[in-house]
Design a protein around this ligand. Structure first.
Ligand code: FDA
Length: 394
C-alpha cells in the first residue's frame, strides 16, 4: 500500500459529460477521476447511440429547478450554438431529428472522442477505475484519498469539482457521491426523484397494447406535452410520458388526448349522417390504431352502430378520447430514469461560476445540481454550459 501524494490545481470527480467538458476547459493542473472503466458512458448510450447533444431552442423554460432563474446565466454564456460550433469544428456530422433535437449522424462515441481530444489538448489528466475513499478540507485545500484497485493515492487540490451526476441507472455506475460530499460541506440537497422515466401500471393493464404508439397530448395540472405515447408490457412510455414524468407525483392521474387536433364529436356526428350502419369501432379505427380501439371498446362499452349513438353519447365519447384519464401506480425508478430531479440546492451555489457559497474552491455542476432538463438534448446542454462556467472560473 503506497501513499503517494499528487498536487493539482483542480480535482474533478466524475468523467461524464460535465466533468469531461470542465476538464477540457480548465486545462493544465487539472486531474479528472472516475470509478468507471471508460469516460462518458452515458454519452455513449444516449440518444439511442447517436447522442442528442443539444437542442436548437434552449431556454430556462426547458428546465426544472426550485429556482427556475438559476440556470439562465450559464446557459446564456455557453449556448447551443457554441456547442454546435465545437462539434462542427471536430468534423462531426449531425442532423435535426424533431423538435430542434440535434443528433450525431454517426455514433455517440464521436462526442466522447471530441471531449477527450479537447481534454488532452488542454493538458488535463484523466485517471479511470479510481474510486473516492475520503475527502477532507484543511488549510484552504482539499485532501482527497483515492483508491485505484487497492492502491491508495492521495491528491491535494486547491479546487474540487463535484461532477459525479445523479442517481439514474446505478448499473452504469451512478452513485449519490456528489450529494454526500455537498452535504458534508454544508449544502442542502433538494429531494431527488427519478425523472424522464416510464410510468408503471398494474400488471397486464396494457399487455394487449404493447408496442402501440400514438401521437398524443399528455398533461396534468403542471405541464402538457404533445409527443408520442407508447404502450408497453409494463405501462406507458414514449417521449410524452418521459416528459410528463418529471412533473408527476405519486397518486396523481395523467390525462391523454388520444386524438389531438381531431374533432371527434364533429367527425362522429357527420359519419352518423352518411354511414349510420357502420360499427362505431370501425369508424374509430379511422382515427386510432385498431388495438387501441379494441382496448377502449372493452373499458367504455363501445358497441353498436353510429346510428345508435345519441348526441350526448357522442359528446361523452369525444370527452373520453380527448381526456383519457389514467393513474400510474409508479415509475420504473432510477433503474431506467434518464435523469435525476432535484439534487444540490442552487441556493448554495453562485449561478455564474457554480462555486459553493459555503466553501470557496468547491464547485458543483451537471446533473448533480438541482437543474433538470426536458427530454431533447437539454440535459447535455446544461452539462456543457455549467461545465464551461466552472472551467472559466477555476
Ligand atoms: P454523468 O452521469 O454523465 O457523469 C457522472 C460520472 O461520474 C460518470 O462517469 C460516473 O461513472 C462517475 N461517478 C459517479 N459516481 C462516482 C463515484 N462514486 N466515484 C467516481 N466516479 C463516479 N441527455 C441529453 O441531453 N440527450 C440525450 O440524448 C440523453 N440520453 C440519455 C440516455 C440515457 C439512457 C440516460 C441514462 C441519460 C440520457 N441523457 C441524455 C441524460 C444525460 O446523459 C445526463 O443528463 C448527463 O450525462 C449528465 O452529465 P453529468 O456529467 O452531470 O453526469
Amino acid at each position: 500500500m503506497s501513499d503517494r501524494v499528487t498536487r493539482v490545481n483542480t480535482l474533478i470527480l466524475g468523467a461524464g459529460a460535465a466533468g469531461l467538458m470542465a476538464a477540457a476547459q480548465a486545462g493544465p493542473g487539472v486531474l479528472l477521476v472516475d470509478h468507471a472503466r471508460a469516460p462518458g458512458e452515458k454519452i455513449r448510450i444516449s440518444g439511442g447511440g447517436r447522442c442528442n447533444f443539444t437542442n436548437l431552442d434552449v431556454g430556462p423554460e426547458n428546465y426544472l429547478s426550485e429556482n427556475p432563474h438559476f440556470c439562465k446565466s450559464a446557459l446564456a454564456r455557453y449556448t447551443q450554438w457554441d456547442f454546435i460550433e465545437l462539434v462542427s469544428r471536430h468534423g462531426i456530422a449531425w442532423h435535426e431529428k424533431t423538435l430542434g433535437q440535434l443528433f450525431c449522424d454517426g455514433k455517440a462515441t464521436q462526442i466522447i472522442d471530441m471531449l477527450l481530444s479537447e481534454l488532452r489538448a488542454a493538458g488535463a489528466d484523466l485517471w479511470l477505475q479510481t474510486s473516492i475513499a475520503e475527502v477532507r478540507h484543511a488549510e484552504g485545500r482539499f485532501h482527497v484519498t483515492l483508491d485505484q484497485q487497492g492502491t491508495r493515492r492521495k491528491v491535494v487540490a486547491d479546487s474540487l469539482v463535484l461532477a459525479t451526476g445523479g442517481k439514474s441507472i446505478p448499473k452504469m455506475g451512478a452513485t449519490g457521491l456528489a450529494y454526500d460530499l455537498a452535504r458534508q460541506f454544508g449544502h442542502e440537497i433538494i429531494e431527488t426523484r427519478p425523472a424522464l422515466v416510464p410510468f408503471t401500471f398494474d400488471k397486464g393493464r396494457f399487455t394487449d397494447l404493447a408496442g402501440v404508439s400514438v401521437p398524443a397530448v399528455l398533461s396534468n395540472n403542471r405541464a402538457r406535452f404533445a409527443e408520442a405515447l407508447l404502450f408497453t408490457h409494463r405501462g406507458l412510455s414514449g417521449p410524452a410520458v418521459l416528459q410528463l414524468s418529471s412533473y408527476w407525483r405519486e397518486g396523481e392521474d395523467v390525462i391523454a388526448d388520444l386524438a389531438p387536433g381531431v374533432d371527434i364529436d364533429g367527425h362522429l356526428k357527420a359519419a352518423r349522417q352518411t354511414n349510420g350502419r357502420r360499427a362505431l369501432t370501425t369508424e374509430l379505427g379511422a382515427l386510432l390504431p385498431a388495438k387501441l380501439v379494441a382496448h377502449l371498446a372493452q373499458a367504455h362499452e363501445l358497441t353498436g352502430t353510429l346510428a345508435d349513438l345519441t348526441n350526448e353519447r357522442v359528446t361523452a365519447l369525444a370527452e373520453v378520447l380527448h381526456g383519457w384519464r389514467v393513474k400510474p401506480t409508479g415509475t420504473e425508478g432510477y433503474r431506467t430514469a434518464e435523469v435525476t430531479l432535484g439534487g444540490i440546492s442552487t441556493d448554495g451555489l453562485d449561478s455564474k461560476t457554480l462555486m459553493s457559497k459555503h466553501l470557496p474552491g468547491l464547485y458543483a455542476l451537471g446533473e448533480a445540481v438541482d437543474v433538470t432538463g426536458w427530454l431533447g438534448g437539454y440535459n447535455f446542454q446544461w452539462a456543457w454550459a455549467s461545465a464551461v462556467a466552472v472551467g472559466r472560473a477555476i
